[in-house]
Design a protein. Structure first.
Length: 128
């Protein structure tokens, strides 16, 4: 089943990005990737993405800076933060995102979150 629009995945961990891209594409999503916050902001042209999924700790621009810059260009984009540092991130920063998910992420959780954001039936997959 195909889903609306491409998603943008921004993460400096190439292995993690490759795995997430594979999982999302297997579920019918079209996924563009960026390996740092700056490149992600450059790719995030207004109206191009319904959802941007970003890491928090990255080179050049952190996730909150990515959120600020993308929101200025496109106030309608849904922002998902994937982080292993949630307890250390101030609540005011977390509020910049529509959803905050902790790493390591269960693939079913990201698919459920995307389903809710995009107004589609949540997709659950078994993870062994």
């Amino acid at each position: 089943m195909a889903y609306a629009g491409p998603l943008l995945l921004i993460d400096d961990d190439e292995d993690y990005t490759s795995l997430m891209k594979l999982i999302l594409e297997d579920e019918g999503y079209s996924v563009d990737c960026a390996s740092n916050g700056y490149d992600g902001v450059i790719k995030a042209e207004p109206g191009k993405y319904a959802v941007v999924i970003t890491d928090y700790v990255m080179p050049i621009l952190k996730g909150d800076e990515v959120a600020d810059r993308i929101r200025k260009m496109d106030a309608k984009v849904e922002l998902i933060l994937l982080t292993g540092y949630k307890p250390a991130i101030p609540a005011s920063t977390l509020r910049k995102f529509n959803s905050v998910l902790e790493k390591p992420i269960n693939p079913a959780k990201i698919l459920e979150t995307l389903g809710k954001i995009l107004g589609q039936r949540p997709i659950l997959i078994a993870v062994k």
